[in-house]
Design a binder for this molecule. Structure first.
Ligand code: NAP
Ligand code: ZN
Length: 347
């Protein structure tokens, strides 16, 4: 076992603080890598606060994890010591159900094992995430990274990247489509980059007028301030797709009115409260309300390779781990440009 330094929340009301635990020994099919950078996802905060369900404490968050391999199991062929390596939101799944067999481990019918706030397949050993010095993961859930990209800026691809890439691919969003990205935060800014790379006409729908210049720099073609009724009126019936990355409660009926006939509103943001949707918002214009969760391992590797080929990374602000609470406070205010990444050298 490896004694591992980390930052953990001891309960839903205590701030993150230093904590130490043991990583398991490296098994024949495991890869151990030392964590160099870990992105800060809004899901980390939702889970520490028990926004979605009662969490497993102590909780070590972090599921945008990149680093360098320090040990591999006897049967591991795909990684060697010194390689770059990464892990996202999942560290295991049943591997045999219909969904796992179709490379959709995120929809594992037995439930995939999340990187933290989850139990290993034994149903009793808690998993701990990337706000820590090292991690041991079964080889099928470890991704390869190109050394062409800035490593810290690559970390957010493991969640914010794949969560936006996967639905855009699934719904074949591209040339000739008008895509609206709702919320310009960690996920939103990656959605803009991918939407532009796939050839869509991209509009950012934001509550923050100050983000307009950034949105344009990221490649967005248009910017709509959602708190301005005139902007909303002008945007009615104009989008083929809305990719909704909003983390807080919001009015789906208003956003559905912005879709064209047959338009699709895709939820990736997960507000704590359920929303109220009127049937009329959907049936007038045969609209769909859909959702998407992260992406499978094969697709995550495809996305990482696509980013390496097209020089796509996240726009980041690197932080010391001791400043994590300040980063959360800023994230809640929508003040992230556009992903915090922890430098684990500061732990
Ligand atoms: P984030 O960086 O905090 O971005 C969220 C953005 O939503 C904010 O920057 C803000 O953008 C907008 N927003 C916040 N409150 C709002 C409100 N009341 N009304 C309208 N817009 C609001 O968060 P993130 O890390 O991108 O995560 C976004 C959501 O996706 C979270 O709920 C997270 O848990 C979820 N998530 C889901 C998956 C999945 O698999 N589906 C994966 C990862 C994360 P503006 O300033 O532009 O308005
Ligand atoms: Zn995430």
């Amino acid at each position: 076992m490896t004694e591992t330094k980390a930052y953990a929340a001891q309960s839903e009301t205590t701030p993150l603080a230093p904590w130490t635990f043991n990583r398991r020994d490296v098994g024949p099919h495991d890869v151990q890598f030392d964590i160099l950078f870990c992105g800060v996802c809004h899901s980390d905060l939702h889970q520490i606060k028990n926004d979605w369900f009662p969490g497993i404490f102590p909780m070590v968050p972090g599921h945008e994890i990149v680093g360098r391999v320090v040990k591999v199991g006897d049967h591991v062929k795909d990684f060697k010591v010194g390689d770059l390596a990464a892990t996202g939101c999942m560290v295991d799944s049943c591997q045999v159900c219909e969904n796992c067999k179709q490379d959709l481990e995120q929809y594992c019918l037995e439930g995939s094992t999340q990187t933290y706030n989850s139990y290993e397949r034994d149903g009793k050993t808690p998993t701990y995430g990337g706000y820590s010095k090292t991690i041991v993961v079964r080889e099928e859930f470890v991704l390869h990274l190109s050394d062409k990209l800035d490593l810290a800026a690559t970390a957010p691809l493991l969640c914010a990247g794949i969560t936006t890439y996967s639905p855009l691919k699934h719904w074949k969003v591209g040339k000739g489509h008008k895509l609206a990205v709702l919320g310009l935060g960690g996920l939103g800014h990656m959605a803009v980059k991918f939407g532009v790379a796939f050839g869509a006409d991209v509009t950012v729908l934001s509550t923050s007028p100050k983000k307009e210049a950034d949105a344009k720099k990221l490649g967005a073609h248009h910017f709509v301030v959602t708190t301005d009724p005139k902007h909303i009126e002008a945007a009615k019936g104009t989008f083929d797709f809305i990719l909704d990355t909003v983390s807080a409660p919001h009015d789906f009926n208003m956003y559905l009115s912005l879709l064209k006939t047959n338009g699709v509103h895709i939820c990736v943001g997960v507000p704590p409260e359920p929303a109220s949707v009127a049937a009329f918002s959907l049936l007038g214009g045969r609209k769909s309300l859909a959702g998407s969760g992260i992406g499978g391992i094969k697709e995550t590797q495809e996305m990482l390779d696509f980013c390496a080929e097209n020089n796509i990374v996240s726009d980041i602000e690197i932080i010391d781990i001791k400043d994590i609470q300040t980063a959360y406070d800023r994230m809640v205010k929508g003040d992230v440009r556009y992903r915090f990444v922890i430098d684990l050298a500061t732990l």
